[in-house]
Design a protein around this ligand. Structure first.
Ligand code: NAD
Length: 365
């Protein structure tokens, strides 16, 4: 991986307007750019505001700022209502830009709210977690909770610009770093811009907080870019982004949402790979390489051991099920996917039992 490559910006094409993803070495440099945005107001994760009070002070002093606790209540209909009220209080108009600073929670809250406020105002995103930097910051999706249900409401709303500094990640807890890597592992094999070899080398060199994280972030975004530019509004191609998510989501739900999302995805990747091998689709060597990478670099043990019945019961409730069949995103080998519709039946149950028995991901050695 080359440093120049790492820092060169990406330009994401979107039907709502193309937008750049730019990289800055320090938060100070990023703040300089933010101070240039005209008519801006700021919505910032309250933890970030406290941890980076010094670096962000010039911005907070200059722009109306709202601090929000990043949790699932914040990105709910009630949270949207509170933010709308605040925007009204700030006399925000069509030409206002909302700068969002935080992880996926703040992203979802701001992208959805700015989508509906005055039928759409601009927003700019400064992601601060591995998940939001390497994955969710592009693709324009938002999800708002109607609690207790997650992500029931959504809108597609591209940001005007994404500005990334990995300096934020120094304070991100290890478990959040590991969870964010779930999507990096997924993206390392999902498009023609696959980079599994680079990922293996970077992890072998320095574990999850290796010096190449910025390059891996850029590589993940470039891989996702290829998919979303070809298919911004989720038809067949974009389904590859669900790789690992069907069983991952089922596991997360069975674990009462205590299992971090990205770790659920990593487990789901191993299960679908093992099903793919049984279906004669997935390359067994790639399956073992990915399993070895996950078990070597992610120190986690599942708090539950789900039964086949519970898993398939949960998979059957996935919003992607239609007419009793589920469309699995199945990896053949890096960069080569097939969308495989399968009935949720006894045969699938037997195959899942074999996959569970074989999998060593997040189980006690
Ligand atoms: P988050 O926004 O939920 O934040 C997790 C915790 O980390 C919070 O306590 C936050 O304050 C803290 N935090 C954030 N950055 C920090 C930093 N640099 N240092 C220290 N602490 C920090 O984290 P997330 O994982 O980015 O987002 C998860 C949310 O994103 C979920 O609600 C999920 O549904 C949503 N999501 C959205 C998309 C999308 O495309 N819109 C995709 C995936 C997930």
């Amino acid at each position: 991986m080359h440093v120049v490559e790492e820092l060169s910006p990406l330009l994401i094409r979107s039907r709502q307007g193309d937008y750049p993803v730019e990289f800055r070495a320090t938060i100070g440099e990023l703040v300089e750019r933010l101070l240039e945005v005209p008519e801006a107001v700021v919505v910032c994760d309250s933890n970030i505001a406290e941890l980076y009070a010094g670096e962000l002070a010039p911005l907070f002093a200059d722009r109306p700022t709202r601090l929000v606790e990043a949790n699932e209540e914040a990105k709910s209909l009630a949270g949207v209502g509170e933010l709308v009220q605040w925007l009204i209080d700030q006399a925000a108009v069509r030409s206002t830009t909302v700068i969002a600073i935080g992880g996926g929670c703040i992203q979802d809250l701001v992208s959805f709210t700015t989508h509906i406020y005055f039928r759409g105002i601009r927003w700019l995103f400064v992601p601060t977690t591995v998940l939001s930097q390497a994955d969710s910051c592009i693709g324009a999706k938002s999800g708002i909770n109607v609690l207790p249900y997650k992500n029931q409401l959504g809108a597609m709303h591209s940001p005007r610009e994404v500005l990334i500094s990995t300096e934020f990640l120094g304070t991100l807890p290890d478990i959040e770093v590991a969870s964010g890597y779930g999507e990096i592992v997924k993206l390392s094999v999902t498009s023609s811009r696959h980079f599994l070899g680079d990922l293996q080398a970077a992890l072998a060199e320095g574990g999850l907080r290796n010096p190449h994280l910025l390059a891996l972030t850029r590589a993940s975004l470039a891989a996702k870019q290829e998919i979303i530019e070809a298919d911004e509004y989720e038809s067949d191609l974009r389904r590859v982004l669900n790789y690992g998510h069907t069983f991952g989501h089922a596991l997360e739900a069975l674990g009462g949402h205590q299992i971090p999302h990205g770790l659920g995805v990593l487990w789901g990747i191993d299960i679908i790979n093992r099903l793919g091998v049984q279906w004669g689709l997935t390359d067994p060597q790639t399956t073992e390489e990915l399993a070895a990478l996950i078990t070597a670099d992610f120190d986690y043990e599942l708090p539950i051991s789900p039964s086949v019945e519970d898993l398939l019961g949960m998979v059957g409730r996935d919003k992607k099920v239609s007419e009793g069949r589920i469309h699995f995103a199945v990896l053949r080998q890096p960069g080569d996917f097939i969308i495989e519709p399968r009935a949720i039946d006894a045969e699938l149950g037997e195959q899942v039992a074999i996959a569970l028995n074989e999998s060593r991901v997040f189980t006690r050695a």
